[in-house]
Write a protein that binds this ligand. Structure first.
Ligand code: CMP
Length: 140
């Protein structure tokens, strides 16, 4: 399996509750290495561009409002099979369906305020990393 990179976001519900360190610990325990990380506060428009794929969904406006409601931490994670590893440790989108031991089971408040985001495939990961980071910021 090749070394991959994936984009991770610690969402506003988690930064607000001071959970960054506990989430980083769970990512690192899952053998994911943080090769870039920064804390930013998105505008509604910037959140809208990031989640443009969901534009037709009924929850799109709510999602963009939430993602611009407070600081987020964007990260690039590196590992063998990083995309699948990250999705496994995040758990299901809906915390009611997330497995024990996952980040969303531990911390998510609802399907919307679900603490973390992770890229869902190789093409998405490349596009999402490029949205937030310049090449020089990725230090493996
Ligand atoms: P994420 O992995 O960031 O990708 C899209 C996000 O949309 C998802 O996590 C949820 O936070 C959000 N989402 C998905 N379904 C719903 C829903 N039914 N209601 C509100 N938000 C949702």
């Amino acid at each position: 399996m090749a070394i991959e990179r994936t984009l991770s976001i610690i969402k506003p519900d988690a930064t607000k509750r001071n959970l960054n360190g506990r989430i980083v610990t769970m990512l690192e325990a899952a053998s994911l290495r943080i090769v870039a990380q920064k804390r930013i506060h998105l505008t509604m428009a910037q959140a809208g561009v990031f989640y443009a794929v969901h534009k037709a969904r009924p929850f799109y406006d709510e999602l963009c409002e939430f993602m611009s409601s407070g600081p987020i931490v964007v990260q690039v994670l590196e590992a063998e099979d990083a995309i699948a590893k990250n999705r496994a440790v995040m758990g299901a989108t809906n915390p009611d369906q997330a497995a024990p031991g996952t980040i969303r089971k531990a911390f998510a408040l609802s399907i919307g305020e679900n603490s973390v985001h992770g890229s869902d495939g190789a093409d998405t990961a490349a596009a999402e990393i490029g949205y937030f980071f310049a090449g020089l910021e990725l230090v493996g």
